[in-house]
Design a protein around this ligand. Structure first.
Ligand code: FES
Length: 105
């Protein structure tokens, strides 16, 4: 299984670069949660809670945003231009080098 790296700034401002095994069945929310970032993922990854809200600071996510994700983000008060729900992003190697920040609800 190939590994790739992303850099994550948490809600407390701390930044870490983490190495992730490429696994299309696992979401970025699950990985961030396991790595103890402030990403509870309360709804379990069905785009209905907003607790996995992140912003893309640098790099690109190839997985398109679904209507459900877009609606959920619109419901949040703190949506940013590059906001995504990390539960809707599979951990595939094309995320390598991505820089994100955790925003939350
Ligand atoms: S985990 Fe609930 S919206 Fe992503």
């Amino acid at each position: 299984m190939s590994q790739f790296s992303i850099t994550v700034t948490d809600t407390d401002g701390s930044t870490r670069t983490i190495s992730i095994p490429s696994n299309p069945k696992e979401s970025l929310m699950q990985v961030l949660n396991k790595q103890s970032f402030d990403v509870p993922g309360s709804c379990g990854g069905i785009a209905s809670c907003g607790t996995c809200h992140i912003a893309i600071l640098e790099g690109k996510v190839s997985t398109e945003m679904s209507e459900d994700e877009d609606w959920m983000l619109d419901d949040l008060d703190n949506r940013e231009e590059n906001s995504r729900l990390s539960c809707q992003i599979p951990t595939v190697a094309d995320l390598d080098g991505l820089k994100i920040k955790v925003i939350g609800e």
